[in-house]
Design a protein around this ligand. Structure first.
Ligand code: FPP
Length: 238
């Protein structure tokens, strides 16, 4: 890639198409999720090497509980295995890990490992890697609104203090800048309740590639397209 490429500071990804990828191979959907989890590891590495500072991926939505129990279990166990396996590597690679979403519904051992990895990696200065688990933008905003209301009631803030910046500080993503680029794989062109507040000014890139087939070359294609777009944030050209 050319030196002068503008690299998004924060990349968000909706990893879609694991089920279809498995079906094409006459394999169970869970086989696709396992392949997808491996791609997550690789993309973290590629993102870091490209100079991306923040990466957020959508692993499990608040709606995904409606999937068959065995599939939910498999995705959770892939997240568990991923964390167990990556814990040391994250320290070695100076990565800072975090989770957004309502973790209270997750299995106790997963909550424990998430809390531990977050705590151990929080001062790392390399890639900031965030995984959305039991995440939904509407749920996140409702939780934030409740906390804002509570703090107003307790006199910690005034109603007149509420503005965009304050509201953002009540969201799960409070420590992250807004994403610059959103990638969704598998040909679907929807937000599916992902970072709806935070993506207000992001560029969207959709590709037909299924998530297990996503790789560095595809990532570079998305960044190349992002470079060709003109981000004006609602202003006009000078
Ligand atoms: C969407 O594909 C994918 C998911 C709902 C799960 C994503 C989970 C992983 C990649 C594995 C675990 C994550 C980590 C961070 C280790 P789909 O099942 O909706 O595919 P389809 O649209 O083809 O059915």
């Amino acid at each position: 890639m050319a030196e002068e490429m503008k690299i998004p500071k924060h990349l968000a990804i909706i990893m879609d198409g694991n089920g279809r990828w498995a079906k094409q191979r006459k394999m169970p959907r869970t086989y696709g999720h396992a392949a997808g989890a491996k791609v997550v590891e690789q993309i973290c590495e590629d993102a870091k090497n490209l100079g991306i500072e923040y990466l957020t991926v959508y692993a499990f939505s608040t709606e995904n509980w409606k999937r068959p129990e065995a599939e939910v279990k498999k995705i959770m166990s892939l997240i568990r295995e991923y964390l167990k396996k990556q814990e040391k590597k994250m320290m070695k690679e100076n990565m800072a890990f975090s989770v957004i979403g309502d973790r209270s519904r997750l299995d106790a051992d997963i909550i424990e490992i998430i809390d531990r990895v977050e705590k151990n990696t929080k001062d790392n200065t390399g890639l900031k890697f965030c995984v959305a688990i039991n995440y939904g933008s509407r749920d996140e905003m409702v939780r934030a609104m409740r906390n804002v209301a509570k703090d107003v009631k307790e006199g910690k803030i005034l109603e007149s203090d509420i503005n965009e910046e304050l509201f953002s500080s009540y969201l799960d993503t409070r420590n992250y800048p807004d994403p610059d680029l959103l990638i969704r794989t598998s040909g679907e062109e929807r937000l599916s309740n992902f970072l709806m507040w935070q993506l207000a000014y992001a560029e969207f890139y959709f590709t037909d590639v299924l998530w297990p087939d996503f790789n560095k070359a595809e990532l570079e294609k998305a960044i190349d397209k992002y470079n060709k777009r003109d981000r004006r944030f609602g202003t006009i050209e000078e």
